[in-house]
Structures are given as C-alpha cells and as structure tokens.
Design a binder for this molecule. Sequence first.
Ligand code: NAP
Length: 312
Amino acid sequence: MQQGTTVKPVRLGLVGIGKIARDQHLPAIADDDRFVLAATASRHAQLEGIDAHHDIADMVAGRALDAVSLCTPPEGRYEQALIAIEAGLHVMLEKPPAVSLSHISELKRAARRAGVTLFATWHSREAAGVEPARAWLADREIREVRIEWREDIRRWHPGQEWILAPGGFGVFDPGINALSIATAILPHALLLQRATMDVPEGRASPLAVRMDMHCGAAPVHAHFDFLQTGPQTWTIEVDTDAGTLSLTMGGSIVQFPGEQPRTEPDREYPRLYARFAELIAAGESDVDVRPLRLAADAFTIAERRIIEPFSF
Ligand code: NAP
C-alpha cells in the first residue's frame, strides 16, 4: 500500500469499465490508500459492492465524490469531463485526452475556472526506461531517431470497433504512446514534415501510419502498424554522438550504448495515480498536448491510401 499524504482519501468515480479499467486502473486504485473507489459509471458493467450508475451525469448528481477517472474511448470524453469539472470534481483522463486540441484546451480552461485538477495522463511515460533515457539524452547530440510501434489489433483490441471509427485514432491509439515517450525524452521539439496513412475501405481511422519528422537537425522516422502478427514491436532507437540508445517493450527496457538492457517491474498506473494525488493536493493540473498535436498534424497533412476492408 502507498502511504497516504492526506487524512481523507479522495472519493473516486471510475467511468467506462472496460479493458484498461479492469487491467490497470482497478488494481492501482485498490493499492493506493489516497483513493477510495466510491462509484462507477458504465452502461454495461458494474463492480460488486460499488455504487453503480449508467452514466456520468447520474453518477455525479449525488456528489459523494471528489474526483473521476475517465477510462472510456476518446470520443465523448470531452462531454464526460465537462460534466465532472462543472460538478466541481477533479478529473483524470486516459490517453489520448480528447479527440481534438480544441476540446482539451476548453477542458483546461473549464478546470481552471472551476478550481479543480485536470490530469491528462500518458501512461507510457511512466514506463521504467523513459526517465533514465530522458536524462541520458538531455546533453547528447541527436543524429537519428527510429520509432517502430507494431502490434496486432485483433490480439490487443478484440472487437473494439470504436478504434477504427471517427475519433477512434486507429493505429494512433497505441502509436500516440510512442509519441508521448518521444516528446518526453528528446531534447528538442518534434516537427512533422510528411505522413502517409493506410485507411481500410469503409473505416475512418488508419491501420498503418508513417511519419517523417525532425528533432532539431535530426530526422525522426515513425512507423505504426496495427496488423503485426507474431512478435510485437514497441521500440524507439536514438542514434547520438555517444552511440545508440534503445527503448524496447514500450519503454520498459532501456539499453545504453555498450551496456546490458535495464528494466524494473511495471509501475505505470500506480505512478499515474500517485501523480494524480499529488496534483490534487497541490491544486495543480498537468495537461501536455504535444503527443496529441503530432497526431492531429498527421491527420491534417497525411497522404491517405485506401486499403482493403478490415474486420475483427
Ligand atoms: P474498452 O475495452 O472498449 O473499454 C471502454 C469502456 O468505455 C467500454 O467498456 C464501455 O463501457 C465504455 N464506453 C463508453 N462509451 C463508449 C463508446 N462510445 N464505445 C465503446 N465503449 C464506450 O477500451 P479500453 O481498451 O479500455 O480503452 C479505453 C481507453 O483507455 C482508450 O482511450 C485507450 O486508448 C486507453 N488505453 C487502453 C489500453 C489497453 O491496453 N486496452 C492501454 C492504455 C490506455 P460500457 O459499455 O459499460 O459503458
């Protein structure tokens, strides 16, 4: 159990009881005594012994809550977050924080006006290798960056039709995790120059994306693919004046030039909830839109190619 820093735990409402809520949020909340799960809002799911509601408006109406954590798909999250903020509740957002930059900027303004915390989480930034990689790269000359994020949509997102619908982000749903790491560890801003997107016929969002960016003078190439069967790849390699740093397994393993790979047990979601508790206690918000901005840039300038229809 985490040691509590406040006398009264934050009474939390969890919205969208799906895969990530069950896999990560519930264990992290249960293991942190700064939070108590007080209510849920989900149309098809309930948790035994927890006050259950069909939607967030109903859940916040009673107001025996201090905060909500949104684990729903990004489409609809703006409306849900606004309901919570206007009810005076602190809000933690799963990634990507919203479907548009305008939405997240409005949420930021609304949270400031209401005097509540808004935390746009990027769970991959909490992977064990990310902070050591950032610290090592801070003084290095970056020469080239290669990002490969290739996974099997049918294995990790079975039946999640929303991912390929408008606002579902397609392969950016995992790819934005790579962008969240890259924007955290690289010492200069990432700027997009060119992109291509492969969108299956009859769907709105891409199954594959290539992005050519630069970071200072260094080229940055990213390839996201949702049709990778066999071994799965979540890798970032950074060539520098002192050799190549690599982050593998979504940032959980870091390898510095000439050294053995290093890792630690996964603490991504416990660290997110710890940060949420700290932000609430300090009366602050944390909303970094850089990964979302790069994805939005890609949706704006990419060349689209229609590929064969996809079904789960
Ligand atoms: P999911 O399994 O589909 O769960 C989302 C839940 O949200 C659903 O069970 C659903 O519960 C509720 N919901 C509300 N409105 C919905 C709508 N219009 N369409 C579909 N579901 C809706 O999705 P997930 O994998 O947990 O992902 C949710 C968010 O977490 C996404 O932003 C994703 O990027 C992020 N995330 C996912 C993973 C992962 O490994 N899956 C990892 C990190 C982050 P009710 O039907 O009961 O309302």
